[in-house]
Design a protein around this ligand. Structure first.
Ligand code: NAD
Length: 310
């Protein structure tokens, strides 16, 4: 079985595929036009986010049996066109789970202890000790919206910080799991009213677009903190800016934005605030997550196709 990989993926996954007997060709700089010409020879196509696998690419690939996406999003793949041809689409959304959960606490501690703030000021020659009064995580209530893969890992880590954890999800966990994770289910309104820190871990789908809007932000406790490492569109950023500027919210930690990079004046104003800690969508940017994106995908490809004759 011949696989074409058109975006850089970690070599461990490539080696795994080769050792399982797949023929793997790399074409990291391939243009769209070249891909349309070349893809006809392949049974598998592996991409990240750069390569656009649209209807025309799929139509040019009569032998294609699967499309693999190393990582999470499938926005660059025409899923409908793939389905019509019975082409299997595989990805590895599990890969960045730990990295994102750890980033949540990196961002939160940076805000709570003004780490990024002090770093910025000291590099500018100041000694900001008196302006750096922070707070501890111990004893605070953490509200997790979306208790899926990442939300659960966040809950586990919150226990180490001796935080109380509330969660809201459209799918409530079985009681056993709630007990072992030491989390308590509450409705969204209750979570927003009762949490000192709210962290969002839902997918961006039509039902979650601007799920945290002006009205929801109004329900949050005065001085509370919002963390978003999911997708920018889940939060109404303009409303968030309003609640930070009028002093209702105590701060925000953001890894994702409605535009990436942020470009609108209200987004640029938001990221310039001292009580907002930002990173540039780096949730999955760890060696481990990058490696896992490729090795988990490779294992899925192998278990789906190994031993099958063409
Ligand atoms: P997941 O599918 O395991 O969990 C998502 C959870 O959200 C599920 O439990 C689901 O039931 C719940 N949910 C869905 N709709 C909901 C709604 N309307 N209200 C409440 N809960 C709802 O996903 P995950 O792997 O935990 O990822 C969560 C988010 O993190 C996704 O948006 C993903 O795109 C994002 N993510 C970001 C980065 C990054 O680099 N910052 C990396 C990986 C994932």
């Amino acid at each position: 079985m011949k696989i074409l990989i058109t975006d850089p993926v970690h070599e461990d996954g490539i080696e795994r595929l080769k050792s399982a007997g797949f023929q793997v060709d790399l074409a990291y700089d391939i243009t769209y036009d070249e891909l349309v010409k070349r893809v006809k020879d392949y049974h598998g196509l592996v991409v990240r986010s750069r390569t656009k696998v649209d209807r025309a690419v799929i139509a040019s690939a009569p032998n294609l049996l699967f499309i693999g996406r190393a990582g999470v999003g499938l926005d660059n793949i025409d899923l409908e066109a793939a389905k019509e041809r019975n082409i299997i689409v595989l990805n590895s959304p599990e890969a960045p789970t730990i990295s994102v959960a750890e980033l949540v606490f990196g961002l939160l501690l940076s805000l709570a202890r003004k780490i990024a703030f002090c770093d910025r000021l000291m590099k500018a020659g100041e000694w900001p000790k008196k302006r750096a009064l922070g707070f501890e995580l111990k004893g605070k209530t953490l509200g997790i919206i979306g208790l899926g893969r990442i939300g659960r890992e966040v809950a586990k880590r919150a226990e180490a910080f001796e935080m109380k954890v509330l969660y809201y999800d459209v799918q409530r966990l079985p009681e056993e799991m709630e007990k072992s994770l030491k989390v308590q289910f509450v409705e969204l309104t209750e979570l927003l009213k009762s949490s000192d820190i709210v962290t969002v871990h839902v997918p961006l789908i039509p039902q979650t677009y601007h799920m945290i809007d002006d009205a929801k932000l109004s329900l949050m406790r005065k001085g509370s903190i919002l963390i978003n490492t999911s997708r920018g569109g889940v939060i109404d950023t303009k409303a968030l800016l309003k609640h930070l500027k009028n002093g209702h919210l105590g701060g925000a930690c953001l890894d994702v934005f409605e535009h990436e990079p942020p470009k609108e004046p209200w987004e640029l104003e938001l990221i310039s605030l001292d009580n907002v800690v930002v990173t540039s969508h780096i949730g999955a940017m760890t060696l481990e997550a990058q490696r896992a994106a490729s090795t988990i995908l490779a294992e899925k490809i192998i278990s789906t196709f190994k031993g099958k004759t063409l």
